[in-house]
Design a protein around this ligand. Structure first.
Ligand code: CP3
Length: 355
C-alpha cells in the first residue's frame, strides 16, 4: 500500500506488461512495478549456453533466428516482463572500421589513441552497416505482440564505448583513457562527438524498427569525479536525450558506480534513471520526484540469497522508491555467468506478488 511518502496513484485495474512498463517509465499510475533484469539473456541460463555452443558470440549477435530465440528465453522460461534485444554495446562499432573481438569481453586490437585514428572512425548509417539488429527487433515485435511483453532496445553510452576503444579492453581505472583526457582532451572530445552521433543513429533506428523503450548503458563513466562528469559525460547524455524520438520510446539512463552523479543523471533529462546497488534508492527517489522514474537496484550477487530474503529486498526497494514518480524493478548491474537461475526466478516472482 502507498505510504505517506508515496507520490503515486495506483492504477485501478491490472495492466498488461507493455502498458505497465511504459507507464512506469513515464510516471503514470500502475498496479505494481514492472520487473526485468539487465543482461537477462546470458551464460547463467543453460538454454543460452546450448545455443551458444554452436556459434561464436558475434555470430549469435548476427544470427536473426538464434538472437530472437535467446532474447525470448528469460521471458518464456523465467517470466521476465520485458525483452531486451540480444546484441552488444559493440555491435554498432562493426561498421566503423575498428577491429573488434570478444574474449569473452570486448578486445580492440589497435586501441584508438591518436587524432589520426579518431579521424578514421566512420559513422555509418546503422541500418546499412548492421541491418541484422533491426531485423531482430522487427521479428521480436511480432513474437512479443501475442505475449503483450514490451521490447527494449539499447546502446552503450559514448564514454563507455570510448573507454574500451582507447584502453583496448576493460580495466579497473582506465589509465590510457585518463591520460588522453588530461593530455589530449581535443582528441577525446572528437571521439566522443563521433560516438554520440553513432549512438543517436543506432537508438533512433532501433525505435524505428520497433523498440518501445531504449536504455543507454554508461557502465564505466563512474570512474570520473563530479566535475569531470559535467565536462565529459553530461553533455553526451543531454545530446542523446534531446535527439531521440522520445514520444515513441522513453529513455532509461543506466550508470554503474554512479552514487556521486545522481543529480547530474537527472539533469540530462531521461525518463528513467537506472541505479547501481551502491546508491541509496530512497535518497535517489526523493531527488527524482516527479522529474524521472527510477530503475533498480538489487546487487546482482544478492540473487544468491534464499528466496525469502530476495522477496524482503524487493519489498524494501519498492518502499524506498515510493517518492519517485515511477519504479521499474531491476538489478543494479547485469546478471553474471554464475547467477543462480533460482535467484532470478525468485526475484521475478516476488515482484509479481506485489500486485
Ligand atoms: O540480455 C541482455 O541484457 C541483452 C544483451 C546484452 C549483452 N551485452 C549480451 C552479452 C546487453 C544489454 C549487453 C550490454 C553490455 N555489453 C554492456 C553494458 C551493460 C553492463 O553489463 O555493464 C557492456 C559493458 C558490454 C560489453 C561486454 N560484452 C562485456 C564486458 C562482455 C563480457 C562479459 C561477460 O559476460 O563475460 C560482453 C559479452 C556479452 N554480451 C555476453 C553477452 C550474453 C557474453 C558472451 C558470451 O556468450 O560469451
Amino acid at each position: 500500500m502507498p505510504g505517506a511518502a508515496d507520490s503515486r496513484e495506483r492504477a485501478a485495474a491490472p495492466l498488461d506488461p507493455t502498458r505497465r512498463l511504459l507507464r512506469a517509465c513515464r510516471g503514470e499510475p500502475v498496479d505494481r512495478p514492472p520487473v526485468w533484469l539487465m543482461r537477462q539473456a546470458g551464460r547463467y541460463l543453460p538454454e543460452y549456453r546450448r545455443v551458444r555452443e554452436r556459434v561464436s558470440f558475434l555470430e549469435l549477435c548476427r544470427d536473426v533466428e538464434r538472437a530472437v530465440e535467446v532474447t525470448l528465453q528469460p521471458v518464456d522460461l523465467l517470466g521476465s516482463e520485458a525483452a531486451i534485444v540480444f546484441s552488444d554495446i559493440f555491435v554498432p562499432l562493426l561498421g566503423t572500421g575498428v577491429a573488434l573481438d570478444f574474449a569473452p569481453g570486448p578486445v580492440i586490437a589497435e586501441p584508438l589513441r591518436s587524432a589520426e585514428q579518431v579521424a578514421r572512425l566512420r559513422v555509418p548509417d546503422p541500418r546499412e552497416s548492421v541491418p541484422f539488429v533491426f531485423e531482430i527487433l522487427r521479428v521480436l515485435r511480432r513474437e512479443l505482440e501475442g505475449r503483450a511483453v514490451p521490447l527494449i532496445g539499447f546502446a552503450g553510452a559514448p564514454f563507455t564505448l570510448a573507454a574500451y576503444l582507447v584502453e583496448g579492453r576493460g580495466s579497473r581505472s582506465f589509465p590510457a583513457l585518463k591520460r588522453l583526457l588530461y593530455r589530449e582532451p581535443e582528441v577525446l572530445r572528437e571521439l566522443l562527438g563521433r560516438l554520440t552521433d553513432l549512438v543517436v543513429a543506432h537508438l533512433n533506428a532501433q525505435i524505428e524498427a520497433g523498440a518501445q523503450v531504449v536504455q543507454l548503458f554508461d557502465t564505466w563513466a563512474g570512474i570520473l569525479g563530479p566535475a569531470e562528469w559535467r565536462e565529459w559525460v553530461l553533455p553526451t547524455h543531454r545530446e542523446i536525450a534531446a535527439k531521440l524520438d522520445r514520444s515513441a520510446a522513453p529513455l532509461i539512463l543506466y550508470v554503474n558506480d554512479g552514487a556521486h552523479v545522481v543529480d547530474a543523471m537527472l539533469e540530462a533529462g531521461p525518463d528513467v534513471i537506472s541505479l547501481d546497488w551502491r546508491v541509496d534508492l530512497a535518497d535517489a527517489a526523493r531527488r527524482a520526484g516527479r522529474r524521472a522514474s527510477v530503475q533498480g537496484n538489487l546487487d546482482p550477487l544478492a540473487l544468491h540469497a534464499p528466496p525469502a530474503q530476495i522477496e524482503t529486498r524487493v519489498r524494501e526497494m519498492v518502499r524506498a522508491a515510493a517518492p519517485a514518480r515511477g519504479h521499474v524493478l531491476n538489478l543494479g548491474h547485469g546478471c553474471l555467468p554464475d547467477t543462480p537461475v533460482e535467484g532470478v526466478r525468485a526475484f521475478i516472482q516476488a515482484a509479481k506478488r506485489l500486485g
